[in-house]
Design a protein around this ligand. Sequence first.
Ligand code: PLP
Length: 477
Amino acid sequence: MQYLSTRGDPERKRFCDILLEGLAPDGGLYLPEHYPNISAQLPALRTIYQEQGYAELAFAILSLYIDDIPADDLRALTHKTYTKAVFGTDAITPVRELEQGLWLEGLSNGPTLAFKDMAMQLLGNLFEYELARRKAELNILGATSGDTGSAAEYAMRGKQGVRVFMLSPHGRMSPFQQAQMFSLQDANIFNIAVEGVFDDCQDIVKAVSNDLSFKQQYKIGTVNSINWARLLAQVVYYFAGYFQVTKNDSEPVSFTVPSGNFGNICAGHVARQMGLPIKQLVVATNENDVLDEFFKTGIYRPRSSANTLETSSPSMDISKASNFERFVFDLLGRNSAELKTLFTTTLAEQGFFDLSADPRFQTQHARFGFVSGRSTHADRLATIRAVWQGHQQEIDTHTADAVKVAREVRQAGDEPMLVLETALPIKFSATIIEALGHEPQRPAAFNGIEDLPKRVQVLPADVQQIKAVIEQATQAV
Ligand SMILES: *Cc1c(COP(=O)(O)O)cnc(C)c1O
């Protein structure tokens, strides 16, 4: 399989080349040249999942897209990643029926209790494998306001050839999230609490990445959500969810996905393009409803950071949806010249683009099965309460946004609807207490985590000082 850039660079690459890269050199995002069609293999894939488990299913799907890692090695990597020891159950992403026809698929039973573990755990093993093969090193520099940073650190801790430098806004993450990250004592993990807000952290990451000689000398890389390997890993659980709620391979299902950067649901789009019988892909946003606006009106209007609200589902507080370009590329029939104009010239000149009058938005929009909805803080509280009172189940704030939207969209007698559960409630306990009046359940392994010794350095929002930390750590070896 060869990979191309959405913005039209004629160069084609293999999987392991784009694994360690972020954006393509022309500023675009990588996608496979085509999506392999698996319609005829669905029964076989079902048998693989049922008889050999999630890791073997992951191998079967990944091997359609990865041909520069020997099959035995790739199989070993997926089996090392998707274990009951790490994800808590044999199903890895177990489903439970909330009410007639409405299911939750649990993606948040990994080490950091959020769905980002599903992809990041694999990425950690892929990175270690590929860096060893190349006798190379990587210094991952990232900014986080919560889930991404901890998922990256738990995936990379102790891995050969990789260091992680994770910037977070000092004092602004929840105590549980701080405890998760800062309690890691691994020598290759560097927590840096920046005196500033999340945007300051992101600006520093950009400044360092734009210093090309520093970037090259210190082998700076990222693990952000535009990485194709992360997206590909997420395709697998759409299949696993499908096999758990259907009995045969002609039954359609729909998915509702709490969305921010459009990574998770873009994996659903890929699964659907491969022939998985998905009827609707429902995008659920919070008050930062850039994506809901697009699917309702055809207008894509990224917000400034000043216009991005801080909400109680913070992992969806995005100003622009960084994976969205992949979907628009397919929507435009993969016309990269047109895509490039929209994402560079049009957005720069008028701040939005408008596909409402474009027949491809009307017709292909229907074909790709996307619909959307939004949720507010009040909706979130009401949904968390209703699910508790009706089913004695606690759900987190992001999952609540999706349950709210799924109930709106779903009609009696419709195909089964799977809602992706993207975090456990303990990560966002303040809002759960506001909704239910009690602390959410805490998995036993996390008892007392707030009291563990912390390993973090507090620094001003200063690019030079962050670079100095990277220089020192690299020289110390
Ligand atoms: C990251 C995240 C999301 C949003 O996922 P995208 O792939 O960015 O759309 C939703 N919920 C939780 C808990 C997350 O951590």
